[in-house]
Every structure is written in C-alpha cells, then in structure tokens.
Design a protein around this ligand. Sequence first.
Ligand SMILES: [Zn+2]
Length: 243
Amino acid sequence: MPEGPSILILKEEVQQFAGKTVIEVYGNSSIDFDRLKDKTILSFKTWGKHFLICFEDFTVKIHLMMFGTYRINEQKENAPRLHLGFSNGEINFYTCLVKILEGPVNQYYDWSEDVLNENWNPKKAKISLDKIPGEKICDAILDQNIFSGVGNIIKNEVLYRCFIHPESLVGKIPHEKIDELIAECSIYSFEFLYWKKKFELKKHWLAYSQKECKRCNLPLIKKPTGKKNRRSFFCTNCQQLHS
Ligand SMILES: [Zn+2]
C-alpha cells in the first residue's frame, strides 16, 4: 500500500506535466472525462495518500488505496481508471479511486495534518491525540486526520523507534513519549522518502516484516492489532505497554 512518501515521489515524477494541457482523457472510472479535456493542469499536490491534480476550478483526486499503481509514459495491459495524454507524454492510473472535487482545493484539505507538508503542525496532532485517550496508539497513528500520510510501515517503525508497544492506550503514554512519537512520524516519513528514492527502503526496516528485535536479539511478535486490525511487529521486551 502506498504511504505518503510514495505519493510525494509520484508528484515529483509528474512535474513534466505541470502547466500542460490535457489533450486526451479516458478510463473506466465514473468521472465526467469531458471536464478535463483541453484543460490545463495548474499544479499537482498531495495530502497524505491523496494525489491531487489541480485545474482552474476543480481538482481530480486520486486515491491509490491498497493496490493502486500508476505508469508514466507507458501503459499496463489492463485498462486504466484514468488516462491523461499530453503533447509530451502520458500518465495512467490503475486500481484506484478517482473523484472530482469542485472549487478551491483548500476547502477540502487541512495541510497542517500532513506529516510531509511544509505546514505540518505537531501541536495540532497533540491536541487531536488528547481527545482520544482510550484509543490504542496503533489505531491513532493510522488516523489520516491526525497523521495524514502515515501507513502501516511508518506506524511499525515509529513505534519501534520510540519503544512504545502498539496496543498502548493514547492517554496512558507519558507526554514526552507522545511528543517524541509525533515528531518521529514526520522525521521517519522524510527518511522513508529519502531511502525509497535510493531503492534501499527495506534494508532500513527495524521492525516492519522483521523476525528479530535487533536491540534485544529476541523474536518480534507479529499480529494484527487495534480496531483497524493492521499487522504490527513489536518486541514485548523493549517496547513498553502503557495501559
Ligand atoms: Zn527489543
């Protein structure tokens, strides 16, 4: 599943089409394709895992969900959800959600919630966490309205770095640990971005899909946790359960 940093890489890869006019548009999504034809792309934006193609009075939102993919200047065998053709190339999106957002894009998104955005606001995340003391941290950290862009890999790595057990209750975790965790969500996301661009992300994983805790030389527990039931990898020896 693409996490926030992967969507930021997509944004960098499509910069060749910023300011270009859409000369061909089709796909098997249900949006009104005529809206896009002969329109000029003003910019590309991201909010967490949302990829946004901004036109003058509307925005096309692409959500790659669990299995979404894209191709730039090439096509896959299956039909795209959305194909955009330009004088200098093409973008194709597959197995994703496509939606048109009418009007200014700023009315739909709070950029301060995105851990990779220049307007990311850790204080706001703290206020949001203070409102959900009974939630498990493994669910809270995946809440896209608190930590937009954080996915399951980032969740596992951040909790491991901060020595926090994924089933800890938000309200029971000491304040300084919460501050550290909030900071790491953004720091690790930028490291994820840096490593992914160098095609070496996996070798830096300390918890995600790992079998052993490198700090304790003990087996890591692997199990679905929280209401979201997403897979967690953790060490019961060095990751403290706050409950
Ligand atoms: Zn350990």
